[in-house]
Ligand binder design. Structure first.
Ligand SMILES: Nc1ncnc2c1ncn2[C@@H]1O[C@H](COP(=O)(O)OP(=O)(O)O)[C@@H](O)[C@H]1O
Ligand SMILES: [Mg+2]
Length: 294
């Protein structure tokens, strides 16, 4: 790629960021969490494990939010994690993404990347994308521009012929628009989307970064039944190419994702209480107790 083309790409990105910052009064600092400067070693998935968590313990003022938590997610697996409020689900995601450093335990991405030794940025660069509960898209920018910004945050784009082609970038955005069922909304301001559509846009922005592992914290909270169904279809279509960890309370959604065959993990008091097919864990007396006995 010529320096001119690189310059043009950088200018376009800077212009989009300035537009977002100007109209929201924000700093556009969001781009930092999307930035992927350079990959520091690819994760090794040859053993079939995408994520390995062992003996994870986190204390907040002596209270153990995670207490010897161990679980493992296979490559391409779609795993639902359920559990009552305060079980430690979000804290687990905080540990995987480097936001919280645990007191003890191990967290590996693939068989070689020790996530406890990596910063939040390095973890994102290694290929772990996280979706928080609240959608955070650039509201004044169009759906298309939001995806463009997410794609350009990946600097690898500038170092390959992909960007030079231009058309390839557009093709990827179009592909994401179709996947997110937002084809009809491409040129609307993101702020005008429904809550569910904003959630999909944000997932599309994460996918633009081509993550290997996606962590989704209560993705259908606040969605209509129809949006929830569409989200289940979307996640099912992503499984296989990506490994997904979905924390969710909505049992209809969990049932749609597991399809009677996928494993569910139940967390309680910072550790795994039960694991297995949904129907089986729902019959487990210990699980019934934590859900109903309070
Ligand atoms: N930063 C923190 N400081 C103190 N306590 C925390 C902090 N984060 C989480 N906790 C506590 O840890 C427990 C687990 O929280 P969380 O991981 O958010 O649960 P969940 O997502 O399963 O509802 C809760 O009791 C919560 O109050
Ligand atoms: Mg939570």
């Amino acid at each position: 790629m010529t320096p001119d083309l690189m310059e043009a790409g950088a200018q376009r990105r800077a212009a989009l960021e300035a537009k977002a910052a100007q109209q929201t009064g924000g700093s556009g600092g969001r781009s930092a969490s999307f930035g992927r400067v350079a990959r520091q070693g690819e994760p090794d998935f040859t053993h079939g494990v995408a994520l390995y968590v062992d003996g994870l313990t986190v204390s907040f003022d002596g209270f153990k939010a995670l207490n010897d938590l161990s679980l493992s997610i296979d490559v391409g697996e779609l795993r639902c994690i359920i559990g009552p409020n305060g079980a430690g689900k979000t804290t687990m995601m905080d540990c995987i993404t480097g936001k919280t450093k645990p007191d003890a335990g191990k967290v590996y991405f693939g068989s070689t990347i020790d996530l406890l030794r990596a910063s939040e940025t390095e973890i994102a660069e290694a290929g772990i994308g996280r979706k928080f509960q609240k959608p955070t898209v650039y509201e004044p920018l169009s759906v298309y521009e939001n995806l463009e910004l997410a794609l350009r945050a990946d600097r690898r784009v500038f170092s390959t012929l992909t960007w030079k082609a231009g058309g390839a970038e557009r093709a990827r955005i179009d592909e994401l628009l179709v996947l997110m069922k937002l084809e009809g909304e491409a040129h609307r301001a993101a702020g005008l989307l429904s809550h569910g559509q904003k959630q999909w846009l944000e997932i599309g922005m994460l996918l633009a970064q081509d993550p290997k592992l996606l962590l989704l914290d209560e993705p259908v909270a606040g969605m209509s039944d129809e949006e929830t169904e569409r989200t289940a279809e979307l996640f099912l279509s992503l499984a296989g190419q990506h490994s997904l960890v979905v924390v969710e309370h909505d049992m209809t959604f969990v049932a749609a994702l597991t399809q009677g065959k996928r494993k569910v993990t139940v967390l309680h008091e910072g550790r795994v209480l039960a694991e297995g097919p949904l129907a089986q864990v729902q019959e487990n007396p210990a699980v019934i107790e934590v859900y109903l006995g309070r």
